[in-house]
Design a protein. Structure first.
Length: 202
């Protein structure tokens, strides 16, 4: 069942990929990415990971903003990655690799920062993803989580807009997930409407 749901999600995003950057959600995401940059602090020559990178727009924006940055885009959709590689304006500083977020193919303490922008909501095993994010972050590194938020009185909410649905989390639930993975919540910041950035530090 888990494999079937994952394959159905992959097929959905594979079909979406060729026109993704022309659709309204992508324009909305780009506005969010621009606001996110106001909160991003990175060391010189930072090495970063973007989970659920899609067509790579956030990584390209980060690479333009931080000229010495190296980045890895990570996604389970082969077609999204194909589009990301085609639009990669900063090769070889940016690379794009396939996989699933609950089993990252990276060594411990590899990245100065991990980003998840409107992608964490798709993960069926959030605690495992958090554990993997914590593992690949360097000590002192940051996890930037951007997603819609649900009411502070709810812990999470499942919305059936894609195979298996998506999960939205309250600020309190985000903090709880981070704490269990050994990450400290630095703060919550509204970027655009109900889109909330939560920053964690390892």
């Amino acid at each position: 069942m888990k494999v079937d749901l994952q394959q159905r999600k992959q097929r959905l995003f594979d079909r979406w990929a060729p026109s993704y950057d022309w659709l309204f959600p992508s324009v909305f995401y780009q506005a969010i990415h621009q606001r996110l940059l106001d909160y991003v602090v990175l060391p010189d020559q930072a090495n970063v990971l973007d989970l659920g990178c899609g067509t790579g727009r956030l990584l390209n924006r980060l690479a333009a903003h931080f000229p010495e940055l190296r980045g890895t885009g990570f996604d389970f959709s082969a077609e999204m990655l194909r589009q990301a590689r085609r639009c990669n304006r900063f090769h070889p500083r940016l690379i794009f690799v396939p996989g699933t977020a609950d089993a990252l193919p990276f060594v411990d303490d590899q990245f100065d920062a991990v980003f998840s922008s409107i992608s964490f909501l798709h993960y069926p095993h959030p605690q495992q993803v958090f554990a993997e994010v914590s593992r690949v972050l360097k000590p002192g590194g940051c996890f930037y989580w951007v997603d819609p938020i649900v009411s502070q009185w709810s812990t999470s909410h499942q919305v059936p807009i894609s195979p298996g649905g998506v999960r939205l989390y309250s600020a309190a639930r985000r903090e709880e997930l981070g704490q269990h993975a050994g990450l400290r919540c630095q703060g919550h910041y509204y970027l655009l409407g109900f889109i909330l950035l939560t920053i964690f530090v390892r």
